[in-house]
Design a protein around this ligand. Structure first.
Ligand code: DQA
Length: 146
């Protein structure tokens, strides 16, 4: 089985993007760390990052049968209504991740249109948050433990 790791706009430049806010781990570092978290369960990770909302929706529609997903919608958390609709029609459990603690930042980041649909949200823990979200999926997805 597979887990989908989906990252939205401006997350492909992690490592150099505002490191004081988002840390110094690159997206490749994060993808490798998530793969390690779920490898023990025999799960593979499908990684995708897009800056456009349409491409993110395409990925969700293409991978409806994964065991679960970890999603950082980036700024589409703020007004990504089409992404929200796609997530509403995405059957697997998924966890929303934000590297930064968006509640401690600008007011326009204090609400996420996607978070209410998630099984849970991890925020403010930097790249560790992705690993914790992956671990949560291991608990949330029943079954196939070897
Ligand atoms: C982010 C928070 C968003 O508000 C912001 O637009 C991002 C990154 C985070 O991971 O902290 O691009 O999703």
């Amino acid at each position: 089985r597979s887990v989908l790791l989906l990252n939205g706009p401006n997350l492909g430049t992690l490592g150099s993007r505002q490191p004081e806010i988002y840390g110094t781990d690159t997206l490749a570092d994060i993808e490798a760390a998530v793969a390690r978290e779920v490898a023990g369960r025999g799960w593979r990770v499908i990684c995708a990052q897009h800056n456009g909302e349409g491409e993110l929706i395409d990925v969700l529609q293409r991978h409806r049968r994964v065991a679960g997903a970890v999603v950082n919608p980036g700024a589409f958390m703020i007004a990504g209504w089409a992404l929200r609709d796609a997530l509403a029609d995405f059957p697997p459990p998924w966890v929303e991740v934000h590297l930064s603690n968006v509640w401690g930042r600008e007011a326009f980041r204090h609400q996420s249109v996607t978070a209410p649909l998630a099984s849970g949200v991890v925020m403010g823990l930097g790249s560790l948050g992705y690993r914790l979200a992956a671990r949560a999926l291991l608990e949330l997805v029943p079954g196939d433990r070897p």
